[in-house]
Design a protein around this ligand. Structure first.
Ligand SMILES: [Zn+2]
Length: 137
């Protein structure tokens, strides 16, 4: 099972709740899920994993670098699987629906490096979130 080796690679022991939660994050249509989303999805799939366990496991996954936690304004923390290839993307959050949209823009990436350089810094990381609303209503 892929999940088992992923857990071991991250230095985590293979336990049933960890495997179930990792599978759920991997297979869900929604890429950004709150702990409640994961809990409900597991329940709907007939898996008996408590909410406290989901919280604990997601935090362990975060520490191990398996998932990334986002604390978008006005919402719960959401988790997404870290890209295996170290890929990067930014996010938009629809303030009306809390939907999370991913995007990547070469120009913005370049511009951020340029701004850091202009101030005498080297860009190490960045976190860009756009809060949006459907236009034309
Ligand atoms: Zn994302």
């Amino acid at each position: 099972m892929v999940e088992n080796s992923e857990l071991r690679k991250a230095g985590l022991k293979v336990t049933l709740p960890r495997v179930k939660i990792l599978q759920m994050l991997d297979s869900a249509d929604q890429r950004h899920m709150s702990a409640e989303d994961v809990y409900k999805a597991l329940m709907n799939a007939g898996e008996d994993v408590g909410l406290a366990t989901v919280y604990r496991v997601l935090t362990q996954f975060e520490s191990a670098g398996l998932v990334i936690r986002h604390n978008f304004d006005g919402g719960h923390a959401v988790f997404e699987l870290a890209d295996a290839d170290g890929g990067h993307h930014d996010h938009m959050v629809n303030v009306d629906t809390s939907e999370v949209i991913e995007f990547f823009d070469e120009e913005i990436e370049k511009l951020q490096h340029a701004i850091a350089t202009k101030h005498g810094f080297e860009l190490v990381d960045h976190n860009l979130v756009l809060y949006v609303r459907k236009s034309g209503k």
